[in-house]
Design a protein around this ligand. Structure first.
Ligand code: ATP
Length: 598
């Protein structure tokens, strides 16, 4: 496909506010492509390079783009910077400058989507001395060949900020739309069954069902580019080829919450009860030779935790295997876990060997998804048995202690004891449940200390913007944050609180650095808010927020359509959740559920 054709269609999506129309536009793009380039196209639509779990970092700073634009057009860097201050988006600056260029370069040639992508791939591999110049030259070449609108999107790809407002879920919608006819032909019985229930609406429901199937594949193989390629190659039956694969992370199962142990037992019945350890989650892949470790966010952390890699090689006896654990800093001398803040020091990328000696990790292994084949459809009790047969524990790798009970006072006692030992609470798990990849279902229910005190639970909310600070805080330029929940159905973030409490100097300093880099001149397309902060920011950072109560509010937009708006009373920042991304924000549906539970 010509990059110019794609750019024109991207612009249409960018201008389109309706999610439904965006889906149709995206599926029109899919209609114009083929199995050779569809994966690349999907990554570009999502503004990412490769599947989320192996995304490439270009390392292109704004400065580099400014030099490339200046080199390609002969315009002064200062003038470009001035334009940037005016327009607030480097892509628009590029578009404007190129459209003012009298003549296109003599040797300019038409850009092809796959070529643009591979130029970026080449650029991403450049490292070390002189690499900035080489990267600039590749950008100059692309910009020289670009029309104004192409220049806009090349720059936005370089910045990994397409501003299209497309989410994974919209892409899945478009794929299901494109292959619906084929799916119907291959599943005529399902179609006839649905027809009995839904009559004329049958096509719509069939598409939902098909989208659910795509989503369930995504949850065990989170790479929409590859999934789309399979669909293009083999039609809807191509989904059958996608299964759990060692070294491709599975989307982690998530826990529900309920307000009391009694309610949890009512819902789950007799449960496996384990401590909820306060470290960070690691998904481990091992084939007898290589180990890969993924965070909850699917980030590859294998290089950062060499001690965990060694532990796995020592303890795990059967493979290929995929299992999950909570990694916690462990003080061997005192036989005690370090607190969460200390454990988190392990998540840094420098002095790895020093810090791994200082704060060694213990892996508390709680689930298994694969052993020589997928296991996620097996009941938890069976998975646990397989897990225990696959490894020999030592001081760095253990299985969690547990009780199997429906006796509420006994579980309450267990809860109090494990809290005293520094854990965050307990996890109650349905022994018959399958592994619910990527979903928050009632297979696991968490019960934390905060539920039992006066304070309520915490929410993980997106930072949508900030208000400038007064007094002491003026030094950082941030007085409060505007935070919001994620509405999955509409693919948008809905404001829920102005958050000014709990912002320590350290937090403010970190936030200032992080948020200035992602400032937006205008309210991002996927935000709805009743109040306007002084500065909007791109959807990127997640904060954990404690509150006293969820109340109805005409000011905020969270669940506006469902209930007229919800807000948090006395919100305060607990921490910046660097282990979560914009896709893992608490959903409006969850907030609504918690509001009803109060
Ligand atoms: P939270 O903010 O409560 O930690 P979360 O949003 O990060 O939650 P949840 O799905 O709500 O994720 O809670 C599950 C998390 O609890 C897991 O990601 C895991 O890191 C942690 N955890 C600690 N102990 C266990 C355990 N025994 N079994 C499963 N998960 C555990």
């Amino acid at each position: 496909m010509l990059f110019l054709d794609l750019s024109k269609m991207l612009e249409e999506i960018e201008k389109e506010p309706s999610r439904l129309k965006m889906m149709t536009l995206a599926s029109q793009i899919l209609d114009k492509t083929n199995e050779k380039e569809v994966d690349v196209l999907i990554y570009l639509l999502l503004g990412q390079f490769g599947a989320t779990y192996k995304e490439i970092d270009f390392g292109i700073a704004e400065k580099t783009i400014i030099s490339a634009l200046s080199k390609a057009t002969g315009m002064d860097k200062e003038k470009i910077e001035k334009e940037l201050r005016k327009l607030g988006d480097m892509g628009l600056v590029g578009e404007q400058i190129i459209s003012g260029k009298v003549q296109r370069s003599l040797f300019s040639k038409k850009l092809i989507v796959a070529e643009v992508y591979s130029s970026f791939e080449k650029l991403a591999k450049m490292a070390g001395k002189g690499s900035i110049d080489d990267k600039t030259n590749i950008l100059v070449q692309m910009i020289n060949n670009a029309s104004p609108i192409e220049a806009k999107y090349i720059i936005r790809i370089a910045q990994k900020n397409m501003r299209l407002g497309l989410a994974n879920s919209t892409i899945m919608d478009s794929l299901s739309l494109k292959f619906l006819k084929d799916y119907k032909e291959n599943n005529i019985e399902e179609f006839e069954d649905l027809k009995k229930d839904y009559g004329e609406d049958v096509e719509r429901y069939l598409r939902y069902k098909f989208k659910e199937k795509i989503e369930s594949k995504y949850n065990i193989y989170p790479d929409l580019g590859s999934i789309a390629k399979k669909l293009f190659e083999k039609g809807s039956n191509g989904l059958r080829d996608i299964g759990i694969t060692p070294f491709v992370p599975v989307m982690p199962a998530l826990a529900e919450r309920l307000p009391s142990i009694g309610k949890i037992i009512e819902k789950l019945g007799k449960s496996i009860v384990e401590p909820k350890f306060d470290g960070f989650r690691l998904q481990c892949h091992y084939d007898g030779k290589n180990v890969k470790l993924f965070t909850r966010n699917l980030e590859d952390m294998s290089e950062i935790f060499p001690d965990a890699v060694e532990t796995i090689k020592k303890c795990v006896k059967k493979y290929p295997i995929i299992f999950e654990c909570e990694a916690i800093g462990y003080n061997e001398k005192e036989d005690k876990y370090y607190p969460f803040q200390v454990t988190m020091k392990r998540k840094r990328k420098y002095d790895i060997s020093g810090v791994s000696k200082q704060i060694p990790l213990r892996l508390v292994v709680f689930d298994i998804m694969y052993l020589k084949g997928g296991l996620i459809d097996k009941p938890l009790l069976e998975r646990k048995k397989i897990l225990e047969s696959a490894m020999s524990p030592n001081k760095n790798l253990i299985f969690p202690e547990n009780i199997y009970s429906d006796d509420v006072p006994r579980i309450q006692k267990f809860f109090e004891r494990v809290l005293g030992e520094g854990n965050e609470g307990i996890m109650l798990k349905d022994p018959n449940s399958v592994y619910t990849a990527g979903a928050r279902k009632f297979a696991w229910v968490k019960y934390k200390q905060s539920y039992s005190s006066k304070a309520k639970d915490t929410l993980d909310l997106l930072v949508m913007g900030y208000f400038s600070g007064k007094g002491q805080r003026s030094k950082f330029g941030i007085g409060a944050l505007l935070v919001g929940s994620y509405n999955e159905k509409e693919n948008r973030y809905e404001s829920i609180a102005k958050l000014g409490s709990g912002l320590t100097e350290e937090n403010l300093e970190n936030l200032q650095k992080a948020l200035t880099e992602i400032k937006e001149k205008e309210q991002p397309k996927e935000y709805v808010s009743g109040i306007n902060p002084h500065v909007w920011v791109r959807p990127k950072y997640v904060v954990e927020v404690l509150y006293d109560e969820i109340t109805k509010s005409p000011t905020h937009m969270c669940a506006k359509e469902e209930i007229g708006g919800l807000a948090l009373r006395f919100p305060r920042l607990i921490k910046i959740r660097s282990d979560k991304n914009k896709g893992q924000v608490s959903t409006t549906k969850e907030v609504l559920g918690m509001f009803k539970l109060q």
